[in-house]
Ligand binder design. Sequence first.
Ligand code: ASP
Ligand code: MG
Length: 423
Amino acid sequence: MGLVVQKYGGSSVADAEGIKRVAKRIVEAKKNGHQVVVVVSAMGDTTDELIDLAEQVSPIPSGREFDMLLTAGERISMALLAMAIKNLGHEAQSFTGSQAGVITDSVHNKARIIDVTPGRIRQSIDAGNIAIVAGFQGVSQDKKDITTLGRGGSDTTAVALAAALEAEVCEIYTDVDGVFTADPRVVKKARKIDWISFEDMLELASSGSKVLLHRCVEYARRYNIPIHVRSSFSGLRGTWVSNEPQGDQPMEQAIISGVAHDTSEAKITVVGVPDKPGEAAAIFRTISDSELNIDMVVQNVSAASTGLTDISFTLPKTDGHKAMEALTKAQPTIGFDSLRYDDQIAKISLVGAGMRTNPGVTATFFEALSNAGVNIELISTSEIRISVVTRADDVKEAVRAVHSAFGLDSDSVEAVVYGGTGR
Ligand code: ASP
Ligand code: MG
């Protein structure tokens, strides 16, 4: 039997009981003959608490110290987990990201993994230990500073280690039974997906589905590491994410994989832009020069009488302030009338590779929203996704309506949320 990498999220190790429960599951895998490498997140809401603390001490903490602080959360859980395993009579050793060979660039708070050299992990498991690795952290290649990978980054640590160690599978243990056709916190009748392609999973992740982060799925696809998302509470078989279905996974891909929603974005409208070549370029060059990423873009038809048009785009709320500042500064050179900022929006997306060949999907989607009385403000599409922006207040209603309209509601309530705050 091969090597498995298991990752446990914060809600699975929220307290001493959780840590002991997880330790038993890990020992189980070891007893089944696997070599086991475990990646663990910080306990419960520890990371949020550390961030709150930092903000009380300094409104703009330095990236280096901020990362140093946040990585403490994972160090606590890795050491406790190793102790709990030893208490069950098995050998375990914990390692920081840096000790595990997770090498990153030096962008604090959202570092990217550039190499993984897991020599010490290999040694430890070859000697019969269970290796426990602190998730979400690494060490920068040039400055040798401690870095973090961005919120939820432990999943990426797990997949990166799985790739470097050529693991059979990367198991991601969380507080729900897998990937659902919608957020089970919003849609009670969401259905568990047995198998989903990397492609659809990537779209769901970039559309706001929080079970797996985009970066983690991207990494898994690049190295072709199958991910098994499952609950550490129930032990049920979860969702397989891979290139192709394997074993007893369903052979046919659903037309629609799911409905995702995202309330983390804001909308900026640039009002009164001269309708001539180069204007949009100047606006978005300004944004990109500030190293901000935007999501959806629409330009309205210009009113013929004024020759002015409006351009709206969405971006993460956390970047909103920076974008408004940059645009305000560039206003005299670009020459628009004013800016409007709106953070009371939500994005709802329908994802599925089957859309390519099923022309009715768009119509059904819009009908469902209109029947629910939900107004659409922006629309964007890709080959396998349709997204709309609505008022934030409408998001739950909209997700439920679309989920039902596509026949995704399950007959029974399958979606159990075992823990966590969804924070
Ligand atoms: N503890 C970090 C966070 O809460 C990393 C993780 O959970 O993956 O974002
Ligand atoms: Mg966490």
